[in-house]
Design a protein around this ligand. Structure first.
Ligand SMILES: Cc1ncc(COP(=O)(O)O)c(C=O)c1O
Length: 384
C-alpha cells in the first residue's frame, strides 16, 4: 500500500526501530543495559497513585471528558505556573491539558502550518519537531546550537536566512540533548526576535525541574504571551511519562486555535488520571529535591563511564541526560554507540539522531539505577 506523501522523508522513530534490535539482542541472551531512552524508571509520588486508585473506583468517572480538560487540572496547572515560574495564567482560557507534550507538538504544527510554511528547528534538538513539521506539510529551517555559543541560538546567523515563510520557531531550554540551561537574556532576545519577524515561538519546557535549581518559563518574560506558547509535561518532573499528561499554555486566542484541531483528534483524558495529575502538581520542593538527589548520584556514574570512553563533557548540564563529545578515533556518535552496543552490550544514544550538529556527540540517559550504571562501567572496561 502506498503511504501518503506527507510521510515522505519521515522514517520510523529512531528509538522504535532501535528498541526492536535491542529486543532481538536480549532474546539472544545479551541483557543489554539500556542507557538510551529518557523514560523515568522511578515511580510517581505514592499520593498521586492513591488519587488515581481512589477516583477510578467511583462509578461516575468513566465517561468522555471535557475537551479542554478537567477544570481541576487546569486550575492545578495555573497554580503550578504561578508558584514555580511566577507566570499568571487564566485557568479557564490560557491552559490546555494535553495527552503528553509530544502530541501537542503535532497539534501545533497541524493548527498553524500550510504546505510550504517554514519552521525554525534546533539542531541538535528533539527529533519530533522535525518529523511533525514535515508531516504537517511544513519545511524545517535548522538553526545550529553550537558548544562555543553555549548552545544558544545565533540570531545573526538565523536572520541571514530567508525568514519570509517562517511561522513557528521551536525553542527548548533546558535544552535536550545538550543540557544547556535557560538564559534570561537570551529569552528576552527571543521575544524581540519573534516580534520583529511576526513568528510564533513554541517553547518546549519538560526538563525544568530535573537537576535545575531555577525552573524558568519563557512566558515569564514581559510581553511573552503575545508571541509565545509553551509546552510542559509531567513525564519527567513527576515520573509520569507513561501517564501521558502535558499542557499547552499561552494566550486564549492561541489555545482556542489549537483546540480547534485537538478537539477533532482526541476526546480528552480519563478523569481519575487528570485528578491524580492535579495532585502531582501540588508536590513541593522536597519531592523534586528527593528525585534530583538520585539523578545527581547517577550522573556521577555517567561521568565515570564517559571518562572511561574518553568522551568530553560539561558538568554544568541540567536535565535528564549527559551530552558528551566523542573521543578522536571514532568517525561519529553512531560508530562509538555501535561499538559500545556490540562489544559491551550497553546502549547509548548517538548524538546524530538529534540533527547533524550532534554527529560528534553521544547522549546518556540518567534513567537507570546506580547498579545498572556500575554494570555498564564493568562491561565497558571489559569489552572495549
Ligand atoms: C525535548 C522534549 N520535548 C518533549 C518530549 C515529550 O514529552 P511527553 O512525554 O510530554 O510527550 C520529550 C520526551 O522525551 C523531550 O525530550
Amino acid at each position: 500500500m502506498e503511504v501518503a506523501k506527507r510521510l515522505q522523508g519521515v522514517g520510523e522513530y529512531y528509538f522504535s526501530q532501535k528498541l526492536r534490535e535491542i529486543d532481538e539482542l536480549n532474546k539472544q541472551g545479551k541483557n543489554i543495559v539500556n542507557l538510551g531512552i529518557g523514560s523515568p524508571d522511578l515511580p510517581p509520588h505514592p499520593d498521586v497513585v492513591k488519587v488515581l486508585f481512589g477516583e477510578a473506583q467511583k462509578p461516575n468517572v468513566h465517561g468522555y471528558q471535557n475537551y479542554k480538560g478537567s477544570p481541576v487540572l487546569r486550575k492545578a496547572f495555573a497554580d503550578w505556573y504561578q508558584h514555580w515560574y511566577g507566570v499568571a495564567l487564566n485557568a479557564d482560557t490560557e491552559v490546555l491539558p494535553l495527552i503528553g507534550s509530544k502530541e501537542g507538538i503535532m497539534h501545533i504544527c497541524m493548527t498553524y502550518l500550510n504546505e510550504g510554511d517554514a519552521v525554525l528547528v534546533p539542531n541538535p534538538g528533539y527529533p519530533t519537531y522535525r518529523s511533525n513539521v514535515t508531516i504537517a506539510g511544513g519545511v524545517c529551517i535548522d538553526y545550529d546550537l553550537k558548544e562555543e555559543n553555549n548552545y544558544q541560538p545565533d540570531f545573526e546567523a538565523i536572520e541571514a536566512a530567508d525568514l519570509s515563510k517562517v511561522k513557528l520557531f521551536f525553542v527548548n531550554y533546558p535544552q535536550m540533548p545538550t543540557g544547556q540551561q535557560p538564559d534570561k537574556q537570551v529569552f528576552e532576545k527571543l521575544i524581540a526576535f519573534a516580534r520583529k519577524h511576526s513568528i510564533l515561538i513554541v517553547h518546549d519546557n519538560p526538563y525544568s525541574f530535573i537537576l535545575n535549581e531555577e525552573p524558568t518559563s519563557l512566558l515569564s518574560i514581559e510581553g511573552a504571551k503575545d508571541v509565545v506558547i509553551e509546552l510542559n509535561s509531567l513525564s519527567k518532573s513527576h515520573n509520569m511519562a507513561g501517564w501521558r499528561v502535558g499542557v499547552l499554555c499561552g494566550a486564549a486566542e492561541r489555545i482556542n486555535e489549537v483546540l480547534r484541531f485537538k478537539s477533532n483528534m482526541d476526546s480528552g483524558m480519563f478523569l481519575p488520571l487528570q485528578l491524580a495529575a492535579a495532585k502531582a502538581l501540588t508536590l513541593g520542593k522536597d519531592w523534586h529535591d528527593e528525585v534530583n538527589a538520585i539523578y545527581r548520584e547517577r550522573r556521577e556514574k555517567v561521568f565515570q563511564l564517559l571518562d572511561l570512553l574518553g568522551a568530553v563533557y560539561s558538568k554544568n548540564q541540567v536535565g535528564m541526560f549527559v551530552w558528551a563529545k566523542i573521543p578522536a578515533g571514532y568517525k561519529d556518535g553512531y560508530a562509538i554507540a555501535d561499538d559500545v552496543l556490540y562489544k559491551a552490550n550497553v546502549f547509548i544514544t548517538p548524538g546524530g539522531i538529534f540533527g547533524s550538529a550532534g554527529d560528534e556527540y553521544i547522549r546518556i540517559s540518567l534513567c537507570g539505577s546506580v547498579e545498572r550504571f556500575d554494570e555498564a562501567i564493568k562491561r565497558i572496561k571489559a569489552g572495549l
